[in-house]
Structure formats: C-alpha cells, structure tokens
Design a protein around this ligand. Structure first.
Ligand SMILES: Nc1nc2[nH]cnc2c(=O)[nH]1
Length: 161
C-alpha cells in the first residue's frame, strides 16, 4: 500500500472514530471513540463507557482493543492499527503496547481533552516525572515476592504474552 493511501485510510478511520465520539456524547457517554483495524481488515469499534459501566478503565481505545481481541480470539493484535478520536492517554497507550498493536493514529490531542476537563495531559506529567504527587507508589520488601515469577519460569505449559 502506498503512503498516500495509508494517509487516506487514516483520515477516513479517524473521521469514523470522531463520529463515534460525538454520538457517544449524545447518548450520555464521554467524548471519545476508537477503532481497531485488525490484520484481517476487520474493524472493531470502541466508545468511552466509563460512566455507563462504572468502569474507570473503559476508555474508547481499551474498549476497541477488547472488542478486537475477543472477535479475533487472540490477545496478540500484532498487525493491527488503532485509530482514535483523541490522543491515547497513558492507560490507552499501555493497552496498545500490551496488545502489540503496530501503529496508532489520533485526531485531537491531550490539550484538547484538557480543555474539555479531562486529565489526559496531567497524567502524562505523572509519567514524565513532573507530578509524582498524583499517585505515590512504593516498593515494599516481601520475602516471597519472587515466588510467582519462579513458578511462571518453571511452568513449561505457560502461555507467554
Ligand atoms: N484518549 C482518551 N482519553 C480519555 N480521557 C478520558 N477518557 C478517555 C478516553 O476514552 N480516551
């Protein structure tokens, strides 16, 4: 595929993600929509379901990734592309990394989300080390801490991911 047609596809899918986001607001949800196009060409949609499901992790991108993984019966979405109406927050980026998604395209950015009252930009500040106060995290020594990993390493039947 040429780069020009990649760009055309990206614009088309992003417009579709934006439409999902706008419709979700009309339906009482958050202003975010996303699509995962899996390697087989199928399109899997996600909308923000945080308030509807009382699930703080139900961001549009995560919902789309879950839909894609369920539909393809595979936790590894290698070869897939994520299109989202807004720059993925750290949760969504980590989800895309764990899903082994190839590439991400987004429309609005974290500053647009901030202007609408969302904490996407400030959570990036936590990860770039400028706002450690947002969530104190401490390692505490526990003698048995490595046992789960030892069990995992010695399990010949494990499914790596
Ligand atoms: N990218 C993105 N940012 C968010 N911030 C709050 N909810 C969302 C979401 O669903 N997607």
């Amino acid at each position: 595929m040429t780069q020009a047609s990649d760009q055309h596809d990206a614009t088309r899918y992003l417009e579709r993600a934006v439409k999902l986001a706008v419709r979700n607001v009309a339906d009482g949800g958050g202003p975010f929509g996303a699509l995962v196009v899996t390697a087989d060409g199928r399109v899997h949609e996600g909308i923000n379901r945080v308030t509807r499901d009382n699930d703080p992790t139900a961001h549009a991108e995560v919902v789309a990734i879950r839909a894609a993984a369920a539909a393809t019966a595979n936790f590894d979405l290698h070869g897939a592309v994520l299109y989202t109406s807004c720059e993925p927050c750290p949760l969504c980026l980590a989800s895309a990394l764990w899903a082994r998604i190839d590439r991400v395209y987004f429309a609005a950015d974290r500053h647009g989300a901030a202007a609408a009252g969302f904490d996407d930009a400030v959570f990036y500040d936590y990860f770039n080390g400028t706002r450690p106060d947002l969530l104190p995290v401490a390692q505490t020594e526990v003698p048995t801490a490595d046992l789960p990993f030892e069990a995992w390493r010695s399990n010949a039947k494990r499914t790596n991911y």
